[in-house]
Design a protein around this ligand. Structure first.
Ligand code: ADP
Ligand code: 5GP
Length: 190
């Protein structure tokens, strides 16, 4: 059966502002969004709620889900696994919801490969104004230790070369402007 809702991939390096932009987009009812909560083996950060930011699982449980084919895509990102539960994405799209995935680059490439004939896929890569801004944002969030900040920045250097895989690249300079630009990209596909 053909999916009715869009599958919107919001991607970009850690700290670029994906979560912040997503929260703003979710406030706009005309976009009719459903946020797909991922599964991860990463440790829960203070303030994160099980089932809201992520489903927090151990590595065995994650592997079981991979083995059972429950994940649309998954990736290892600086030491932890992250994946998108498949059923909910399909169910919500069938219900007509526009499903939003907030995922990193290698997971995006898996989805773009698997769903290459699906006209409902919208891929957006969020770009920081500069690497210096990216570093300030990761530090400003105060969620990572020095070692993790260094690893995530190193990873970001590679990811920033992958923007051309996406249909749209959006510079997250001014938050309000960025949200408007992404909302128009989505509205143009509704
Ligand atoms: P990501 O989800 O991509 O890892 P976050 O949404 O957690 O990134 O944002 C990282 C930090 O950058 C947060 O402290 C957030 O408030 C800040 N931020 C996000 N967008 C902007 C922006 N356009 N200008 C300045 N700071 C921003
Ligand atoms: P964080 O630890 O900062 O929450 O996330 C680290 C990175 O993993 C971010 O780039 C985030 O978008 C990405 N991510 C979150 N969920 C998923 C997922 O289900 N699949 C993939 N491939 N990446 C994800």
């Amino acid at each position: 059966m053909e999916e009715k809702g869009l599958l919107i991939i919001l991607s970009g390096p850690s700290g670029v502002g994906k979560g912040t932009v997503r929260q703003e987009l979710m406030k706009d009812p005309s976009l009719n969004l459903y946020y797909s909560v991922s599964m991860t083996t990463r440790k829960q950060r203070p303030g994160e709620v099980e089932g809201r930011e992520y489903y927090f699982v151990d590595e065995d449980t994650f592997r079981q889900n991979v083995k059972s084919g429950n994940l649309l895509e998954y990736a290892k990102f600086v030491g932890n696994y992250y994946g998108t539960p498949r059923d909910k994405v399909e169910q919500k799209r069938k219900e007509g919801k526009n499903v939003l995935l907030e995922i990193e680059v290698s997971g995006t490439l898996q989805v773009l490969g698997k769903l290459r004939d699906d006209p409902g896929v919208v891929s957006i890569f969020l770009v920081p104004p500069s690497l210096q801004d990216l570093e300030c944002r990761i530090r400003g969030r105060k969620t990572e230790c020095e070692e993790m900040i260094a690893e995530r920045l190193e990873k970001a250097r590679g990811e920033l070369c992958c923007g051309h895989y996406y249909q749209h690249q959006v510079i997250n300079d001014d938050l309000h402007r960025t949200v408007e630009e992404i909302a128009s990209i989505i509205k143009a596909r509704l």
